[in-house]
Design a protein around this ligand. Sequence first.
Ligand SMILES: *Cc1c(COP(=O)(O)O)cnc(C)c1O
Length: 365
Amino acid sequence: MIKIAEPIIKKAEISAVTKVLQSGRLAQGPQVEKLEHEFSRLCRVKYAVAVSSGTSALFAGLYSLGLKPRDEVITTPFSFMAGVNAIILLGGRPVFIDIEEQTLNLDPAKIKPALTARTKAILAVNLYGQPADYQEINQIGRKYRLGVIEDAAQSIGAEYKKRPSGSLADLGCFSLYASKNITAGEGGMITTNQARLFQKAKRFSNQGLGLRKPYDYHQLGLNLRMTEMQAALALVQLKRLKKLTRKRQLISKEYNQSFSQIKGLIPPSLAPSRTHVYHQYTLRVTPAFKLSRDQLARFLAKKGIETRVHYPLPLHLYPHLKELGYKKGDFPMAEKVSQEVLSLPVHPLLKSQEVKYIIKTINKI
Ligand SMILES: *Cc1c(COP(=O)(O)O)cnc(C)c1O
């Protein structure tokens, strides 16, 4: 089976983690500090806070923006659930707006009509590895004094107008989960240029403690800390990021050249002034194609090619969000594409014959 995602663990990773285990220092220490430093360099921001997951990063990020019960956060219904769960756990209310057809990211033109006196923030997601339209989003954010968060879980290394993901909003939130472009097994990172947000997020991730004395509680907090093993693993991975990203982009280019010729398939499309790091290579399988999306997925599985649907149901239609009052038909674009999307393997461990085999298998249909 050609897998949809595979972590790359080489001798360097094993040796780095082993060294940490032998050092006796397992919780926050020099590796975590170094990873934070490297992330702030990568994203060209002043500050970075390492945390235990991408979800932790979003939770701490939303808390740092001052999200209070009944505050509203405008966000996309076509994403992973983490950001929405974090909003609700803080007592806030996700307010969904529909997505743009080209990038499948939230449509900035739909933000203004969704604003109310309770709107506190905008949470944009860089879906599949392509940044959302931050010029438009930030303009609205500034005008109405809203915090803007970039869910960069899928977009490490991507750029928008020559600026790196992680620096595109007030806060960037990354994930280092096992299937992400680089991994720490589990892990996350918050990036920002604002000292106040940095301090709040840093404290929140560590029981609300101040940065100097012990038992110096300043605010609410949790334990969302990253371990030294995770940081050591991520540091090795980070060194390979450029190479791994280029590989994803090259595979995607081959896919695009072939699949754009096939009636009924819509390959991912890149909007102006941004780069795509292809955390997922996601096709739209429209009714004009020979097979339905699910038929194509089953066919490819039989041929030994694993695929995945990102995402099968828009967030507003999940049962635990019923109280928000949304219904089918509220976000036509998100609902339509959730029936059409299919992600193919695009990870850097794919061999060139495997890429050719995937292309040939789809072309045969
Ligand atoms: C993976 C992911 C997250 C959550 O990250 P975890 O590290 O799994 O908690 C959040 N948002 C998006 C868009 C993701 O892809």
